[in-house]
Write a protein that binds this ligand. Sequence first.
Ligand code: CP
Length: 314
Amino acid sequence: MKHFLSITEIDSLTHLVSEARALKKSPFGLKNLGKNKTVGLLFFNNSLRTRLSTQKAASNLGMDVMVMNFGKEGWALEYQDGTVMDQGTSEHIKEAAQVVSQYCDVIAIRAFAGLQDRHKDEAELVLNGFAAFASVPIVNMESSLGHPLQALADAITLAEHNEKAKPKVVLSWAPHPKALPHAVANSFVEMMRQQQAEFIITHPKGYELNPAITKGVPIEYDQNKALKDADFVYVKNWSSYSEYGKVLYQDPDWMITQEKLGKAKFMHCLPVRRNVVVEDAVLDGNQSLVIEQADNRTYSAQIVLKKILEEIKE
Ligand code: CP
């Protein structure tokens, strides 16, 4: 594995999930693989799970870890070629990426969508800029368009709990007071394309995700109908894609309740707003997988770093 930018780049999700589950059983067996190797974690946005689980994954492999809150502490980066840099930006991505490459053997980056300008977000200036100008592998810790480490952790969690040849999995939109990006939902859809499952997306009209990502996936606008007989319900808010970045409405009837969940397992990437996205009874009940999903973030990061380290050593 050279870079890990998208869940779609995985050759065989089934194999990678199996390998991650084996690592989970014996997480400290490869301490020498990362010896004298450094991963730099660059955060342009906040994090709890991604920051700590990726550090833990690297530590399990014997790597050194550097963490920088680039968005708050780094120089403001310029991404355009040929710009006269006489305004707010202080350092060009070309130098920054090459410089960080000298200190780190792997660079992991979190840079969310700004949700103001769809074309700018879809250009993935930070992630693609580092991929273009760094001389070391790049790992996506959530970008404008995707959150592949989360989707891989979700695939591990599904594999651990699924008991059917073809489970019914529903991705449901839920209300939220703020405009949120599409990255988690996008990567979940892309991951589900690689699963044997009956997969449905449900959301109010106007909250369609990028049709290039959801093409061919059934969309049901009646949430109760979509949830019927579900085995897994993955819940996430996202803002409108067509009216880019807008919160069109926040109908509380779309909140997930125990009654709606039925016998299904509940999944969410966290952080989650209690009694807005999902009621307490679900999160506090035994059908919730959210803490296990967060645990599996360590092993999704660890298997990705392992693959990258193996490629570096070849
Ligand atoms: N799920 C997830 O990526 O959590 P953090 O934003 O806390 O890293």
